[in-house]
Design a binder for this molecule. Structure first.
Ligand code: ZN
Length: 306
């Protein structure tokens, strides 16, 4: 299915407000010729293509005014390429460090679920944190194919579906760098609420379109992307989580740590110049140096009330 052949008008995917509350955020820019299996891959080289994005004046969410149906997105993510094994491990370490202060000893007695687990790098971390049972859901076959044998059995290949899990059975649900990619983020957060045990934790990592770097880069920011059917800020995440019934909501910035080679990939410069820069980084070995950067990512942690 062509991802662009059947774009459908949407209301705000967080608060449901209609077009009368939507103001243009960024105009559509899509070159169908450049769409490929890499377009829906994790940590790809930015393509600077996006749907028309509007900003909701009720909840501050930025969202695609028209987006493909869920079946087309499922196909695109199933067939997406994957080549970010090292970056996935580094991201898992960052998320673990950021999440640990929010977890109580009793949280770890139960089951942890990660929605959009990629190659399962964070599932291993969850096991080392002491969770009794660990499950991941991931739609991309290529990502799951790179999972280590000891975590492959923990991953269910396909889209997340609430009905695949028992209600009130999970103590931690993680959804990292995935909520921008789903068609119905409100349904996902509501489903997580149903699946969590009373007192259970939902942890989200998302971009923040209001972060200084994203405001500075504008259309050249990697978050303005065809993979993102919505983009959040702290205000819209607070709205999303509080209206779904969560409490103890904590939203804070996190610094990602990646090799210089990866950061260079994100630079808003032409592809040819980027290719030369990346080659130079590889030849000199500088590309392997790892450092942390505030690129406007945020961790939101919330609990289902007891
Ligand atoms: Zn809204």
């Amino acid at each position: 299915m062509n991802i662009l052949s059947d774009l459908r008008a949407r209301t705000c995917p967080v608060c449901g407000a209609g077009p009368d509350r939507a103001n243009l955020f960024i105009e559509s820019r899509i070159d169908p010729v450049r769409l490929s299996a890499e377009s829906f891959a994790s940590r790809k080289t930015p393509e600077f293509m996006s749907y028309e994005l509007v900003r909701c004046s009720k909840c501050a969410t930025v969202y695609a005014a028209n987006a493909p149906p869920v079946e087309a997105l499922a196909d695109a993510y199933r067939d997406a390429s994957y080549d970010s094994y090292e970056e996935a491990q580094l991201a898992a370490d960052v998320y673990a460090t950021a999440l640990q202060p929010h977890l109580k000893a009793e949280d770890r007695n139960g089951t942890a679920l990660e929605i959009g687990c990629g190659n399962g790098a964070f599932l291993e971390t969850l096991r080392s944190l002491g969770f009794r049972e660990v499950v991941g859901v991931e739609p991309s076959r290529a990502a799951v194919d790179t999972a280590l044998p000891n975590v492959r059995s923990l991953i269910r290949l396909g889209m997340f579906r609430e009905e695949d899990f028992a209600p009130a059975s999970i103590s931690l649900i993680c959804c990292f760098q995935t909520l921008e990619h789903v068609l119905e983020p409100k349904l996902l957060v509501n489903a997580a609420y149903q699946l969590l045990v009373p007192g259970g934790v939902l942890a989200l990592v998302t971009h923040d379109y209001k972060a200084w770097i994203n405001r500075m880069l504008g259309r050249r920011s990697p978050i303005i992307d065809i993979e993102h059917t919505q983009i959040f800020c702290k205000e819209s995440l607070q709205y999303l989580l509080s209206h779904a019934g969560y409490d103890a909501i904590r939203i804070s910035g996190i610094n990602n740590r990646y090799p210089i080679r990866y950061w260079a990939k994100l630079l808003p410069i032409p592809r040819s110049a980027k290719g030369i820069a990346c080659k130079a980084l590889d030849i000199t070995g500088v590309g392997d140096v790892i450092f942390g950067l505030d690129v406007g990512n945020i961790l939101s942690v919330a609990r289902k009330p007891n």
